[in-house]
Design a protein around this ligand. Structure first.
Ligand code: UDP
Length: 408
């Protein structure tokens, strides 16, 4: 069982004590999370870890899944893209099928909790199908800075009934939404396989298993093969670095077979550096393994995140937690995490030479890399671990249930 006390050594007693203290008025309060999947994706990962912790500190937290079918997921995938700016043909049949999933849920799921937290657009219309007797919160994990106006107008009809909207970035809050709004930045859980401490022999085991040699310093980017993550740009930067220092590039990105764009980008990378791949100086890793990601982040001399656009950038958080110097683009949520020159380096995404110069600087100066890495870990410890998320939720729930008059 997950226990808050297990985090004492990581975040310190003051943080743990504050959570125990704040939750007291909420003992036994019944909280319900609803999203649309148990596995895959950041929301499921957060709920897998957060719900047991909520229960462990005295809340009575429940997690239910909206049972979707392929119709729903196809439509909500389109919604997801359109909320991030794509066009959408919002037909009445799409709207109908979307609503049907919530209506069906309401016929089999009893809902008599003290507070309800709905995650993302899939279960958003549930609020329409229940007699509302408690505060409802909509927690949106999506970049809403530029939503398709037709879709936004449709969804707003449901969001407007909620008591609070929670967004991941200040820029995602909406002026045209007459609902109270707040921001919760994403976090990582330091006790999951992706982020837990690994012993040297465990790291060595995984590197051997996946054929990753460590005889040269490694520059890594962990990211889907996606144009916004700019793997081709990473390769160009690496080629510049390689002219000065003998090193190796690892690009680790799991490949979804249903993502033709990803496969194209992967092929372009392959063509660009086929000779270096043949010599073993560029490794393209496509296996899906959390422990391998963990091990790779831990052994990298430099971790890059050369995104052109980024939501928050959890790969940055993860690598910083592992005391790595991260060299990243000044986009999305990355500058919330990295202060340039202090706990990592920030660059403009199109400044390839700047990226290369910084990488060379870090490779030439292990002491600089070490200091930056140490500061990086402290930044994450202070601001971006799951204990902070638990405390944020306790504050929000206290306010919604009338125990405090302070909203966060
Ligand atoms: N990730 C992974 N294997 C990969 C590539 C990415 O496990 O091959 C994980 C990565 O560790 C991180 C998440 O996927 O936890 C990506 O989150 P991020 O916020 O960086 O970017 P997104 O893919 O959501 O745009």
């Amino acid at each position: 069982m997950k226990k808050l006390s297990a985090y004492r050594n990581i975040v310190g007693d003051a943080v743990i004590g504050e959570i125990y203290h704040k939750v007291k008025p909420l003992y036994g309060k019944r909280i319900l999370h609803v999203n649309s999947t148990f596995i895959g994706g950041g929301v499921a990962e957060i709920l897998t870890n957060l719900t047991p912790l909520m229960n462990n500190v005295g809340l009575d937290a429940d997690w239910r899944i909206l049972h979707g079918n392929t119709d729903l997921f196809e439509i909500t995938k389109k919604f997801h893209n359109a909320l991030q700016g794509d066009d959408i043909n919002l037909t009445s049949i799409k709207k109908k099928l979307y609503l049907l999933a919530s209506e069906a849920f309401s016929a089999y799921a009893k809902l008599d909790h003290d507070l309800v937290i709905i995650h993302d657009p899939q279960p958003l219309p549930l609020i329409e199908y229940y007699k509302k007797r408690q505060p409802w919160i909509w927690r949106c994990h999506i970049d809403l800075s530029n939503p398709n106006p037709t879709l936004w107008d449709f969804l707003k009809g449901y969001i407007i009934r909620y008591d609070l909207g929670i967004f991941s970035h200040e820029q995602y809050t909406k002026k045209d939404l007459p609902v109270r709004q707040t921001v919760i930045q994403p976090v990582i859980d330091p006790m999951t396989p992706k982020n837990m401490e690994l012993k040297d022999r465990e790291i060595a085991y995984y590197l051997k298993k996946y054929n990753i040699p460590t005889d040269k310093p490694i520059i890594t980017q962990i990211s889907r093969f996606d144009k916004w993550k700019d793997p081709l740009g990473v390769v160009e930067v690496f080629l510049k670095v390689k002219e000065k220092i003998d090193c190796r590039l690892v690009l680790c990105g799991n490949m979804a077979t249903d993502d033709p764009e990803g496969i194209e980008i992967f092929k372009h990378v392959q063509e660009r550096v086929q000779d270096l791949i043949d010599r073993g100086d560029v490794l393209l890793v496509t296996v899906e393994s959390n422990v391998l990601v963990n091990a790779l982040q831990r052994i990298s001399a430099v971790v890059m995140q050369k995104s052109i656009r980024e939501g928050f950038g959890l790969t940055v958080t993860e690598a910083m937690w592992k005391e790595r110097p991260v060299l990243a683009s000044r986009v999305g949520g990355i500058p919330l995490q990295i202060t340039d020159g202090v706990n990592g380096f920030l660059n403009d995404p199109d400044d390839y030479q700047g990226f290369a110069d910084r990488a060379i600087e870090l490779l030439n100066s292990p002491s600089l890399a070490k200091e930056m890495g140490q500061r990086a870990k402290e930044t994450i410890r202070e601001k971006f671990l799951i204990t902070r998320l638990l405390r944020d939720y306790i504050d929000i729930i206290s306010y919604e249930l009338g125990f405090t008059n302070q909203n966060m």
